[in-house]
Write a protein that binds this ligand. Structure first.
Ligand code: ADP
Length: 495
């Protein structure tokens, strides 16, 4: 363990079940590595079905009282969690950076503040979970929004705290549910540390964490008869399995499954701003972002100039030790992901794309075991090739030329995904037309990446369903009940 790892992490973590840190039933552990240098950060429990069952049972017991707590009590707990996170931004940012390899500038400016802000947003919502009243001569008809029960969250490795704590636990607890989390096995140390710090706020069993491989824990978690909902962020093959598990007891799901988002640059755009957006899309969080704009469509009139400026800025990006504030691009989060990105780099060349910059793995002096990849531009890409259709999840952007608005819209929408998108133009009417015609859950105009609390995150088509981070998320964590109360007037028949 390096000094930094020793400072921030325990040598080993248990599952968090019923308010206690416990060893897994199998006794087996998983070693978590720092992707910058390959060194051990800590060990986590390799959970199994017995651990999953224990966690769900604790959550089911806790639901009996937690579901009846005063909304202001739940609000206060969420607000205090947000405050504690915000009070230690630098520490939690460093934990995410050590665990995942994301540059500290990304974890300090995005992951931790965005998680705290979204938690604060959900802290304002328990009193807003409400129904309607309709008045009839002989009755009152009410709707109540009631919590579901035990909700399971299965979360990815690229935005560990944000996905688990802000997007999934936040609305689950706000609405009065209890929660079982299965974080990604490769990057969950900041999440575990956060619940160490917040355990005193939560009645036992309200939040439980089972660590380990999804294949060993997932089915037992999702098919347990006490579980009433599953929220998942991750890959499509895993989503299909989880949807099958969810069919066992017919439980609702929300799914956020990535994208291959179109970033459309018009000939009247501010080119420097659009280049900055394309660079952000390529390097922010090492390109391990589901909503990244990885298909950049550039109008033919400015195509050569754009590609040249994009190359100039991207090749100057500072790649290296992610714990340093100057670093803009860190290592990929895991060996599996690194190998996957490398295989797409080889594929791009074989599919006839032109490598403008990058195109191969990178070596950083002093971090020779780090999983670094050069920031890469593939130009002259055809929209029907695999590099333009499949999610690469690395610092790689495809650039495609276009000349007609309808043509580029057709290409943008010719994708199985529909998560994000960008449009760069100084023509408001054109911006509106693009925004309304793109089959995608988010469209940014003259900017890429801007997350404000309460803004819905979620996809069209195979990017999934359900919306996270917003008021509407509460609908996914509640069920509507109709209550009709008879009054004194004579019954008026059915209607
Ligand atoms: P990736 O391929 O990008 O690692 P995954 O979809 O496999 O993404 O992982 C996202 C989350 O899903 C992780 O927490 C992982 O452990 C979990 N997971 C993987 N396989 C399963 C499964 N069969 N059942 C439930 N969860 C799973």
């Amino acid at each position: 363990m390096t000094e930094l790892a020793r400072k921030y992490f325990q040598p080993e973590y248990g599952h968090f079940i019923d308010g206690e840190w416990v060893k897994g039933a199998s006794g087996e552990t998983i070693e978590l590595l720092n992707p910058s240098n390959g060194e051990r950060l800590s060990l986590i429990q390799a959970g199994n079905a017995a651990d999953a069952t224990r966690a769900v049972e604790a959550a089911a017991r806790a639901f009996k009282t937690w579901s009846r707590t005063h909304p202001m009590q739940r609000a206060g707990i969420l607000r205090e969690m947000a405050r504690r996170l915000q009070a230690r931004v630098a520490d939690y940012a460093m934990m995410e950076t050590l665990d995942n390899g994301k540059p500290i500038r990304d974890s300090q400016n995005f992951d931790i503040p965005a998680t705290a802000a979204t938690l604060a947003f959900f802290a304002d919502t328990p009193l807003m979970v409400r129904g309607h009243t309709s008045v009839f001569p002989d009755s009152l008809s009410l709707t109540l929004r009631e919590p579901l029960g035990v909700c399971v969250g299965i979360t990815p490795w690229n935005i560990p705290l944000y996905a688990a704590v802000a997007l999934k636990m936040g609305p689950a607890l706000a609405a009065g549910n209890t929660f079982v989390l299965k974080p990604a096995e490769t990057t969950c140390l900041a999440v575990l540390e956060f619940f160490k710090e917040c355990a005193d706020l939560l009645p036992p069993g309200v939040v439980n964490i089972v660590t380990g491989y999804g294949s060993a824990v997932g089915e037992a978690l999702v098919t347990h008869p006490a579980v009433r909902k599953v929220a998942f962020t991750g890959s499509k093959p895993t989503a299909r399995k989880i949807m099958q598990y969810a069919s066992t007891n017919i439980i609702p799901q929300t799914m956020e499954l990535g994208g291959k988002s179109a970033n459309i640059v018009c000939e009247d755009a501010d080119i420097d701003a659009a280049v900055e957006g394309a660079v952000m899309s390529t390097v922010f969080n090492k390109g391990e972002v589901c909503i990244a704009g990885t298909r950049t469509f550039v109008h033919k009139k400015i195509y050569d100039e754009f590609v040249e400026r994009f190359k100039c800025v991207l090749s100057g990006v500072v790649q290296g030790d992610p714990t340093q504030m100057a670093t803009q691009l860190g290592p990929q989060a895991s060996r599996i992901q690194y190998d996957k990105v490398c295989s797409y780099l080889a594929l791009g060349a074989s599919e006839g794309a032109r490598v403008v910059t990058g195109g191969k793995a990178a070596t950083v002096a002093g971090l020779e075991k780090g999983l670094f990849i050069e920031p890469t531009i593939f130009a002259d890409v055809r929209n029907d090739t695999r590099i333009a259709q499949e999610e690469i999840f690395g610092p790689v952007t495809c650039v495609l030329p276009w000349s007609d608005d309808q043509e580029v819209l057709d290409m943008a929408n010719a994708s199985p995904y529909g998560l994000g998108g960008g449009v760069w133009t100084n023509n408001l009417e054109r911006a509106q037309n693009f925004a309304r015609s793109m089959d995608t859950g988010t469209v940014w105009v003259n900017r890429y990446y801007n997350f404000v609390p309460g803004q819905p995150l979620g996809g069209f088509k195979q990017s999934g369903f359900g919306r996270e981070g917003c008021y509407e998320s509460l609908d996914h964590y509640t069920q509507l009940k109709a209550v009709v109360i008879a009054g004194r007037a004579a019954p008026m028949g059915l209607y």
